[in-house]
Design a protein around this ligand. Structure first.
Ligand code: HEM
Length: 154
């Protein structure tokens, strides 16, 4: 049984929600989930807008910015997938999202070297679809963790 414990020097509160425990840490991470999902949405929309700007030649100098924002987006996806890995009873989608994040990063980095020439439009469309699918995975995982939490919390 945990609770306030009297020691020689002070009373230490050992409640199960203590943030230094693993469950306390996980609960704090889940509370940040909504902020993470909002951040991921924002970064995803920025990626689409800046990416299309680059595609149509209006933002030709934005490649470094787009790459940095894209990497941050993948980081957010990985964190949400990591939370889902611990929070959800089934881990398949979370593991898939971790791998998909790696694919988004690899595709983005390799993008300019793939099929250079007249067929490069296919790589551009594929890159856009891979990114949009990653945004969908973020939504699906975030929603699943929130619903699961609502189901198990009295
Ligand atoms: C949500 C994620 C992402 C979305 C929705 C997205 C979207 C786009 C779009 C629409 C374009 C313009 C079409 C094209 O050239 O393919 C583009 C270009 C590009 N993206 Fe992304 N992107 C994402 C993530 C990333 C990441 C993570 C990287 C790098 C690590 C990256 C690197 C690039 C590069 C280098 C280009 C320019 C390619 C070229 O000029 O041929 N993107 N992106």
């Amino acid at each position: 049984m945990l609770g306030p414990v009297r020691t020689d020097r002070a009373t230490v509160n050992l409640t199960p929600t203590c943030p230094t425990t693993l469950s306390g840490l996980l609960s704090a991470m889940r509370k940040s989930l909504s902020s993470l999902i909002m951040l991921g949405r924002l970064l995803g929309v920025v990626q689409i807008v800046v990416g299309l700007g680059m595609w149509f030649g209006m933002l030709a100098g934005a490649v470094a910015f787009h790459t940095a924002v894209g990497s941050l987006f993948v980081l957010v996806l990985w964190v949400v997938a990591g939370i889902a890995l611990f929070a959800l009873p089934k881990r398949g989608v979370a593991l898939f999202a971790l791998l998909w994040g790696a694919l988004v990063l690899w595709f983005g980095m390799a993008q300019m070297t793939l099929l250079p020439g007249s067929a490069h439009w296919a790589i551009r469309v594929a890159h856009l679809l891979v990114g949009v699918a990653a945004m969908g995975l973020l939504e699906a995982l975030g929603g699943a963790v929130k619903r699961h939490k609502a189901d198990v919390t009295p």
